[in-house]
Design a protein around this ligand. Structure first.
Ligand code: ATP
Length: 319
């Protein structure tokens, strides 16, 4: 019998986490299940940073960025002894099940807890869209909107100055933010983990574009693939463009979630509670072809994300 569930956010925050917390809370309460907000991720779970939630605890939160529960990293949670302490704390507080929102590491924590007897459901909360088992993660759409807004502005100014803007976006070794923003902004060149980095090919392409009469260019680069400042300097030295590097950084993580992220988070949050009511644990929730689905966490953690090859083909056709 499911009487009380906990909810926590863990890893990096992402816009839409609050909408998911709200959906879990309201759906659980509507099913007669008590809800406890667990502050600061697995650290709070182990230390007992628990707050009983009622429906007003999540009022006025759907439009807020970040996470009202806070997030913290607790690397020691990989150790079974620490996980067992968490299980004890949950039992002391009569918490039967937990919904966690986060990335790959957060998923692993949820899987471990389920194996120790506490049913957990994991929701994909990260702007990077780097989790297998779902077409989109909560926060991706908002971050994409932020990037597109910034790059559109950079394009206005680079247009007037024969400039090549080299823009670094986040992604944590996943090129989705780059490829989606590249298509959306009409970028000329993409550098992602999927494309790899060939400096000479990039410079060659820019010279070709110059010869075609282009007076500005946008290069979108996924973080951790190349040094955008060195690339921009090289562009200034060996092409006719003035290279300028912009690292968008944490601005991509902030802001009010888009309607798409709010709806996605709400659907996923409701599904998490449905699964727990059915007695299912150790699953993660995803969206596939606009259907909310779930599958065992083990099938998703540490897996390479399915390829976006058709998006890259589209990008190449549009330049
Ligand atoms: P992001 O994608 O934003 O980095 P994440 O969930 O992958 O999010 P991590 O820092 O990797 O972020 O993991 C968050 C927390 O999950 C860790 O601080 C730790 O408490 C827990 N965790 C990570 N890996 C494991 C693991 N193998 N087993 C159990 N718990 C884990």
């Amino acid at each position: 019998m499911l009487r009380k569930i906990g909810i926590l956010t863990s890893g990096g925050d992402s816009p839409g986490m609050n909408a998911a917390i709200r959906a879990v809370t309201r759906t659980a309460l509507a099913n007669g299940i008590e809800v406890v907000g667990i502050h600061d991720g697995y650290k709070g779970l182990v230390e007992g940073l628990y707050e009983p939630f009622n429906r007003h605890s999540v009022s006025e939160t759907i439009a807020k960025g970040g996470t009202i529960l806070g997030s913290a990293r607790l690397p020691e949670f990989k150790e079974e002894a620490v996980q067992l302490k968490g299980v004890e704390k949950l039992k002391e507080n009569q918490i039967d099940a937990v919904v966690v929102i986060g990335g790959d590491g957060t998923y692993r924590g949820a899987d471990a807890l389920t194996k120790l007897g506490v049913n957990c459901i994991a929701l994909p909360g990260t702007i990077d869209n780097d989790i297998e088992g779902t077409d989109y993660t909560i926060g991706f759409d908002t971050a994409l909107n932020t990037i597109v807004d910034c790059v559109d502005k950079l394009r206005d100014t680079s247009n007037s100055h024969h400039r090549c803007s080299v823009v670094e976006v986040m992604g944590n070794r996943c090129g989705d933010l780059a490829i989606y923003s590249g298509i959306s902004c009409g970028a000329e060149i993409l550098i992602t983990p999927e494309t790899g980095y060939d400096e000479e090919a990039v410079l060659e392409k820019l010279r070709y574009l110059e010869n075609q009469g282009k007076n500005h260019a946008i290069v979108i680069v996924s973080e951790k693939v190349c040094d955008v400042k060195s690339l921009a300097d090289k562009i200034s030295r060996v092409t006719g463009f003035a290279g300028r590097a912009t690292i968008l950084g944490h601005i991509q993580r902030g802001g009010s979630p888009t309607p798409s992220d709010r709806v996605l988070a709400s659907r996923m949050g409701a599904k998490a509670v449905e699964l727990l009511v059915e007695g299912i644990g150790g699953h993660c929730v995803g969206i596939r072809n606009n259907e909310i689905v779930s599958m065992p966490i083990e099938e998703c953690v540490g897996m390479p994300r399915s390829s976006r090859r058709r998006f890259y083909r589209l990008f190449d056709r549009l330049v």
